[in-house]
Design a protein around this ligand. Structure first.
Ligand SMILES: NC(=O)c1ccc[n+]([C@@H]2O[C@H](COP(=O)([O-])OP(=O)(O)OC[C@H]3O[C@@H](n4cnc5c(N)ncnc54)[C@H](OP(=O)(O)O)[C@@H]3O)[C@@H](O)[C@H]2O)c1
Length: 313
C-alpha cells in the first residue's frame, strides 16, 4: 500500500510517499480501507519536529496522521461490533502511532464508530479529532449546562466550529471570535454573538463567561482570564498555561487547565448520532487528493483555514 513516511522532521516536502506492506490487524483491530483523512495542526507540528515528534521519532516507518474515515476490509478475531463493508470513522491511537496517512489503517475497533450512511466520507473524517476534542472538553470536562455563557475563541477553526455547535446543542449562550472575514461563518454555526478578535469588543466583556474554551493559547489565555466570572473555568488545548497565567487565574478565582484529547469510540458514537440528526455539521473548506499531502499541510500550517482540511485517498 502507499503511505507517507516521515524520515526526518522538517517542511511538508519531508513527507515522502512510499510503498509499504499493508498493515496487519491484531485480534481487537479492524483493517480500514481509507477514503478520507483529516489534517490537524498537531500533524503539522509533529512533522516539523515539535509536538509529539520526540515521542514517535524511533518508530520505523513513522507514518503520521490520526483521523480517518473508510470501509472495514478485515476484522480481528475479537471484533464483533463491525463487519466487512461497514463504513467507519474515528481518531486512531492518539497520541500513539495512528499511521493514518496510508491506503489502509489497522485501527482498534473500540476507537471507531459507524459512519452515518448519508454523511460523506470527507465530512466524517472532518468530525474526528476536532469534533472529539470539542465534545470531550465541553461535555466531559467542563460539563457545560443550559444557560451558561461560553466563549469560544477561534470559532472559525477546526475545533472551534464544532465547539460552537456542541455548546449551542447543550443550551449555552455562545460567543465566538474570529477575524472580520469569518464573522458571518461563526454566526452561521449558531453563535449568539460573533466578535472580531482584532478589535477591543471582546475586552469589554469583563466577568461575563462561565467557561472559555481556549483553542488559541499564549496571550489569548491572558486576554480571556478577566472575561471569566469568579468560580468559572478556562480549558486550553494548544499548550499548558504558563506559570504567569496560572497565577493570574488563581488570583481571579478561575480554574485554568490544559486538556489533551484521547481516542474514544463511545464518544465517536455520540458524534455519529449528532451528525446523523443534523445537530453537528462538518465544514470542510479544502479537499486535496492523496498525492497533494504537502499542499494540505501547507494549508493547515497557515493557521488561517476555516473549518477542516481533508485529504482523500
Ligand atoms: N489538546 C488537544 O487535545 C488538541 C486537540 C485538537 C487541537 N489542538 C490544538 O488546538 C489549536 C486549534 O486547533 P484547530 O484544529 O482548531 O486549528 P485551526 O483549524 O488551524 O485554526 C484556524 C483558525 O484559527 C483562527 N485564529 C487564528 N488565530 C486566532 C486568534 N488569535 N483569535 C481567534 N481566532 C484565531 C483562524 O481564524 P481567522 O483567520 O479569522 O483568524 C482560523 O479560522 C491548535 O494549536 C491545535 O494543535 C489541541
Amino acid at each position: 500500500m502507499k503511505a507517507y513516511i516521515l524520515n526526518t522532521p522538517g517542511d511538508s516536502s519531508n513527507l515522502q510517499i512510499k510503498e509499504v506492506p499493508v498493515a496487519e490487524v491484531n485480534q481487537d483491530e479492524v483493517l480500514v480501507k481509507i477514503k478520507a483523512i483529516s489534517i490537524n495542526p498537531v500533524d503539522v507540528k509533529t512533522r516539523a519536529g515539535m509536538a509529539f515528534y520526540s515521542r514517535l521519532k524511533d518508530l520505523d516507518p513513522l507514518i503520521l496522521g490520526w483521523d480517518i474515515a473508510g470501509i472495514v476490509e478485515k476484522t480481528g478475531g475479537n471484533v464483533s461490533e463491525f463487519k466487512i463493508g461497514d463504513e467507519v470513522f474515528g481518531l486512531v491511537n492518539f497520541l500513539g502511532h495512528g499511521k493514518a496517512y496510508a491506503e489502509y489503517v489497522a485501527a482498534p475497533a473500540a476507537q471507531l464508530a459507524l459512519k452515518p450512511k448519508e454523511i460523506p466520507f470527507v465530512d466524517a473524517a472532518a468530525a474526528t479529532m476536532a469534533a472529539l476534542t470539542a465534545y470531550q472538553v465541553l461535555v466531559k470536562q467542563a460539563k457545560v449546562k443550559a444557560g451558561q455563557e461560553v466563549l469560544i475563541p477561534a470559532a472559525s477553526g477546526g475545533v472551534g466550529h464544532f465547539a460552537v455547535q456542541i455548546a449551542k446543542y447543550l443550551g449555552a449562550r455562545v460567543t465566538g471570535t474570529s477575524s472580520a472575514k469569518n464573522l458571518e461563518f461563526v454566526h452561521s454555526l449558531g453563535a449568539d454573538e460573533a466578535l472580531d478578535y482584532t478589535t477591543a469588543d471582546l475586552d469589554n466583556k469583563l466577568k461575563t463567561f462561565d467557561f472559555v474554551f481556549d483553542t488559541v493559547g499564549g496571550e489569548n489565555i491572558d486576554r480571556s482570564l478577566p472575561l471569566i466570572k469568579a468560580g468559572g473555568t478556562l480549558i486550553t488545548i494548544p499548550t499548558l498555561p504558563g506559570e504567569g497565567a496560572a497565577a493570574r487565574a488563581m488570583a481571579l478565582d478561575v480554574s485554568a487547565y490544559f486538556y489533551l484529547v484521547s481516542s474514544d469510540g463511545d464518544s465517536m458514537k455520540v458524534i455519529a448520532e449528532l451528525l446523523e440528526k443534523g445537530v453537528l455539521r462538518s465544514h470542510v473548506s479544502k479537499v486535496f487528493p492523496f498525492e497533494e499531502m504537502a499542499a494540505a499541510h501547507q494549508a493547515v500550517e497557515s493557521g488561517r483555514t476555516v473549518g477542516k482540511v481533508i485529504v482523500t485517498v
